[in-house]
Design a protein around this ligand. Structure first.
Ligand SMILES: [Zn+2]
Length: 474
């Protein structure tokens, strides 16, 4: 194809600090489950005469997000007023960072194309801003909920480095992982905790200059983002190929109709008249604060994937482990403890993920220590694989701790001497089978293992039994 799409992103991440950005009101995360206008004060309703003051937690999370994206943190950044009128913004401006943002200039590496290619995207900046209130339209009436007003956001602006919708989605998934792994926010697209605006233009592959770009908004899932981008690329190519011109505009994606429509055209594009907010002094961030925050920095998804690829993990395992950040952290913690990655991954896939699917839950029903205990006993040969499974499922479904279950079930480690005596007994009792084995009938060993297992009442490890029989017969 001779056309090349050029795509850049503006992503808003809602921070999960306890308080709003400039006042002590609670920073609600789920607005539809909170009574409207119950977490408000004169500052976040932008009443005249009340002065905003930056809270430490949202600032720390803003710095942490910058660090997670590899940005340079500005020791001194500025707050600006972005002027526009809307009923959910009574002062007529939003407080944001336009000229000197908190985090600037770096690039993020992410895996794409089913973890086969590593790509880079440059970040222009990641700045702090305060969200507006929320308009609710019901029965022909409009209501305003100010619970969201003044809640902290970080807006991430990328360079137009993306070429395809899949790349965008893979980057956004990595961004979401970094937000979650670092407990910066919940980044749920459907709940508006992560909002993505996409800027798209197309040009002929040999062209140097960019053609007119269009902004697309209102996508609430990764699927919707992909559909909206694919649709817009196709729409623009069709226009240019028919010798028309693409208009600079903002379009609204309708994910039910799978098409977009014009929301704002260039003629009525807003001039935000940014200017420094006189109520807020420059935001000064010391190196000590940056150092302190950087202690909390979690390993990125990109890095975790790389390590799993080094272990020859297949795509299914990687998806399963990365899909849930609690599981990903559990995996990291266990590998750090010295457990072999594949062993841990196998248990995560076969026990935890299976349990979650069966019970339709996303929460781990036990503590890390208890799970670790099961794996440790298994590794040390104090539990058999079959017993460990029973312990795991009782632990997960009934909330008991492993030792309690082991005691109740009477799971006792069987010592090797005892197994050896059962092996000897079985061999003596079955001279015919022994003879058959010696004649070269390999399959008869299963019969002998079965005899020993019967004697042990299922308590012996079949692998060990097999080893001991072979040793006896050699
Ligand atoms: Zn407030």
């Amino acid at each position: 194809m001779e056309w090349e799409p050029i795509i850049g992103l503006e992503v808003h991440i809602k921070l999960n600090s306890p308080n709003k950005l400039f006042c002590k009101c609670r920073n609600t995360q789920e607005f539809d489950q909170t009574q409207p206008n119950t977490h408000v004060c004169p500052t976040c309703m932008w009443q005249p005469g009340w002065l905003p003051q930056v809270n430490l937690e949202p600032l720390q999370k803003g710095i942490l997000l910058g660090l997670a994206l590899g940005c340079k943190i500005n020791h001194k950044s500025l707050f600006d007023r972005k002027s526009y009128f809307y009923p959910d913004l009574p002062m007529g401006y939003q407080i944001t960072q336009e000229k000197v943002p908190l985090n600037v200039e770096w690039e993020v590496e992410f895996w794409t194309d089913n973890y086969t290619v590593k790509r880079k995207v440059r970040i222009n900046n990641a700045h702090l801003e305060a969200d507006a209130g929320k308009m609710i339209h019901e029965d022909g009436k409009a209501y305003i909920d100010f619970n969201r007003s003044g809640t902290p956001l970080v807006e991430i602006v990328t360079y137009p480095d993306f070429r395809w919708a899949d790349e965008v989605v893979d980057f956004l998934k990595e961004l979401q992982r970094r937000v979650k792994y670092n407990n910066i926010g919940y980044a749920d697209l459907e709940k508006g905790q992560m909002r993505v605006d996409v800027n798209i233009s197309v040009r002929k592959k040999w062209e140097q200059k960019y053609r007119t770009r269009v902004e697309v908004k209102n996508m609430n899932s990764f699927g919707a983002i992909k559909r909206a981008i694919d649709y817009e690329i196709k729409r623009q190519i069709e226009i240019w190929e028919n010798w028309w011109e693409v208009d600079q505009e903002t379009r609204w994606w309708d994910d039910i109709a799978w098409e977009s429509y014009v929301m704002r055209s260039k003629e009525n594009a807003l001039d935000y008249r940014y200017f420094p907010d006189p109520d807020l002094p420059p935001l000064v961030v010391s190196q000590d604060l940056i150092n302190e925050v950087s202690q909390k920095l979690a390993k990125s998804g990109t890095q975790r994937i790389e390590e799993m690829l080094d272990q020859w993990f297949n795509k299914e395992y990687i998806n399963a482990i990365l899909g849930n950040f609690e599981i990903s952290d559990l995996f990291e913690a266990l590998v750090k403890e010295g457990f072999e990655p594949k062993f841990v991954a196998k248990w995560i896939m076969n026990a935890i993920i299976r349990f979650m699917k069966q019970n339709q839950t996303y929460e781990l029903p036990f503590g890390l220590e208890d799970f670790k205990e099961v794996l440790r006993l298994l590794k040390e040969g104090k539990l058999l694989e079959s017993q460990a499974k029973i312990v795991f499922f009782e632990m997960a479904s009934e909330g008991k701790n492993p030792q309690q279950i082991i005691q109740e079930k009477g799971f006792k480690p069987v010592d090797q001497g005892e197994i050896l005596s059962w092996v000897q007994e079985a061999l003596e009792a079955n001279p015919q089978a022994v003879e058959q084995f010696k004649q070269g009938d390999q399959k008869v060993i299963w019969f002998l293992i079965g005899q020993v297992m019967k004697k042990s009442q299922g308590k012996a490890d079949p692998k060990l039994v097999r080893e001991l029989i072979l040793k006896q017969l050699s």
